[in-house]
Design a protein around this ligand. Structure first.
Ligand SMILES: [Zn+2]
Length: 213
């Protein structure tokens, strides 16, 4: 599965749910759609929708067409809506921007790969001590509890850190060095982050309050 194109890769040629008009992929709507404007609707159906776990943790990005299926099945509920609607022969549907699963879904541990790249991704290339954003080449990984004092290389003990802060901290804890962590480091679902990071920033502002939780 291509990471860059999660939506199309994940739901190729998905059949439409009962009542929802879902033009065939690629805009081939001849004979399929009862109304005009199918091309626009086709692209609307491909728009990304943020999927939240029951706990409001973002876990995935899917396409409008898939999100509508989940809503119609009663598996998820809409948390944020677009102004636009899609029309079917039965009723109109407000296009979801953010949906939330009604039942908690366990995210397996093996989806998390601990690596320098992923720590920087999790921390958004932001030094967790001074808060400045750096290119990856100007960041290092800091063991919050130093290795010399038993600190482990784990999601919870590694943070992105600029060289200046890293030097200042040395073999001390943040408290000892007079530094404060921007936020408590924690595991991160790589699957989620790759998709979200590729979309964030130029997408939907309705997502923001869920992404920076
Ligand atoms: Zn720094």
């Amino acid at each position: 599965m291509s990471v860059k194109r999660p939506i199309r890769a994940e739901f190729p040629g998905r059949k439409s749910p009962a009542g929802a008009v879902v033009p065939a992929a690629g805009g081939a709507e001849a004979g399929k759609s009862p109304k005009s404007g199918g091309l626009r609707r086709a692209s609307l159906m491909q728009e990304p929708v943020l999927v939240l776990n029951a706990t409001f943790e973002p876990i995935n990005v899917t396409a409008v067409r898939r999100a509508l299926v989940l809503l119609l099945k009663g598996v998820a509920q809409a948390e944020e809506l677009h102004a636009s609607e899609v029309h079917s022969s039965v009723r109109n549907h407000r296009v979801p921007s953010v949906i939330r699963l009604l039942a908690y879904r366990h995210i397996p541990q093996q989806s998390r790969a601990l690596s320098r790249k992923n720590i920087l991704l999790r921390d958004r290339n932001t030094c967790q001590f001074c808060g400045a954003i750096f290119p990856s080449s100007e960041l290092t990984l800091d063991h919050v509890m130093p290795r010399s004092r038993g600190g482990r290389s784990s999601w919870e003990n590694l943070v992105a850190c600029c060289y200046r802060c890293n030097n200042r901290k040395g073999d001390r804890t943040p408290e000892e060095a007079g530094l404060k962590l921007a936020r408590r480091p924690r595991p991160f679902t790589l699957h989620t982050s790759r998709q979200l990071m590729s979309l964030i920033g130029h997408r939907d502002e309705r997502w923001l309050k869920y992404l920076f939780y």
